[in-house]
Design a protein around this ligand. Structure first.
Ligand SMILES: Cc1cc2nc3c(=O)[nH]c(=O)nc-3n(C[C@H](O)[C@H](O)[C@H](O)COP(=O)(O)OP(=O)(O)OC[C@H]3O[C@@H](n4cnc5c(N)ncnc54)[C@H](O)[C@@H]3O)c2cc1C
Ligand code: SF4
Length: 333
């Protein structure tokens, strides 16, 4: 691993001022915040990330989970994934988030991994993690070997001719269905970014993954008040039962009255270049009887615009079954 300077600021303003000196907050950043380190340090060992400065944010007062005045939830940036998953309010009112977090990684990793770090985890595309290979995300303009190479685990939504990498997060899929807001403090002040806008599609700049600019510190995430009577499920399908990323996953937040769906928020994981909200599935469900035929129709609608790669066409049927089953689980629980 290359050498780097390690700094421990006492307050957010000092952390932001130091990070604002970076040329970019995207791939190739020369200054990085470090929280749990479970993504960043891995990538530094592989020389995929080579920051000259690491800013340890673990001492900053960003580790609280609190209810908001409107009845929602405020989750600090350095709240550990395990603390969030086991928090009583999260388990009661935002069960989809708890389930998604507990389906990720391992207990040891979840004890270190943080809310903001999870939002910013990087793709597991094998070419991205191998500096002997070209990769447009790691080194813009060098090409995308995954398109003609190994792409079984990669995306079928939101791809471009420059990158087809999947966003690997489980937490973000649940947060997309819960319509989370990401709160950022930067050199120019604070911003509140809906999670649907936070991650960028790869387009011609796959090295640019989020809205973040140099100095931007994620301070917390807010969730809107829970939907009264909503049923929630996160279902993750993968090659083995633990310590594995999703091939397809579904986050479902659904409300039913008189046997019909009155509200639905659906997001998919393992299939998109970003956490993939499905307005198509939501529209197909609302107003319809909550039954197996309509759940399958919603899953068909969700996958209608999927664009498979050479090795991952199986994800289309897998994701349909995943969503159909998640809807059944949510409505029979
Ligand atoms: C073996 C393994 C298996 C895994 N399996 C899964 C899985 O199944 N599902 C899943 O969802 N995830 C999985 N993960 C990923 C894991 O969830 C992430 O590594 C973790 O959430 C990252 O959090 P962190 O705090 O360790 O981030 P760090 O590594 O500390 O940081 C990650 C990035 O976020 C930036 N950052 C951190 N905090 C802030 C902030 N407040 N503001 C701005 N930038 C910030 C850092 O600069 C860095 O670029 C796995 C990881 C490993 C190593
Ligand atoms: S899919 Fe994206 S991350 Fe993977 S090799 Fe292609 S450009 Fe790199």
């Amino acid at each position: 691993m290359h050498t780097f300077e390690f700094v421990r600021p006492e307050n957010p303003a000092a952390a932001i001022a130091t990070a604002a000196k970076a040329k970019t907050a995207q791939q190739g950043a020369d200054v990085r915040f470090v929280a749990g380190g479970t993504t960043l340090i891995d990538l530094m060992k592989l020389n995929v990330e080579t920051p000259a400065r690491l800013i340890d944010i673990n001492r900053l007062p960003l580790d609280k989970i609190e209810t908001t005045t409107d009845g929602g939830l405020k989750i600090g940036a350095t709240v550990r994934n395990s603390d969030l998953a086991h928090h009583a309010t999260v388990q009661r009112d935002y069960a989809v988030l708890s389930q998604a977090l507990l389906s990720g990684a391992t207990a040891q990793l979840r004890n270190m991994a943080t809310t903001a770090g999870n939002l910013l985890q990087r793709t597991r595309c094998m070419y991205f993690r191998d500096t002997a290979m070209p990769c447009n995300k790691r080194e813009p303009g060098t090409g995308c070997p995954a398109i003609t190479g190994s792409n079984r685990t990669l995306a079928i939504f939101g791809t471009s001719v420059h990158c087809i990498a999947t966003n690997p997060s489980d937490m973000c899929v649940a947060m997309a269905a819960l319509e989370a807001i990401i709160h950022v403090q930067g050199p120019k002040g604070t911003r509140a970014i809906p999670i649907g806008d936070f991650h960028l599609l790869p387009g011609s700049t796959p090295n640019r993954e989020t809205m973040l600019e140099p100095g931007d510190l994620i301070t917390h995430v807010t969730l809107p008040p829970p939907r009264p009577g909503s049923k929630q499920v996160y279902l993750k399908l993968r090659d083995r039962a633990s310590y594995e990323f999703a091939l397809a996953s579904a986050a479902v937040v659904i409300t039913i009255a008189g046997g019909k769906v009155t509200q639905a928020r659906i997001a998919l994981g393992g299939v998109g270049t970003k956490p993939w909200r499905s307005p198509e599935a939501e529209a197909a469900l609302v107003g319809k009887p909550a039954d197996a035929a309509n759940f399958r129709r919603a899953a068909e609608a969700a996958m209608r615009n999927a664009k498979p790669q050479s090795e991952n066409g199986f994800k289309i049927e897998l994701a349909k079954r995943c969503l159909t089953h998640a809807l059944k689980m949510a409505t029979t629980a």
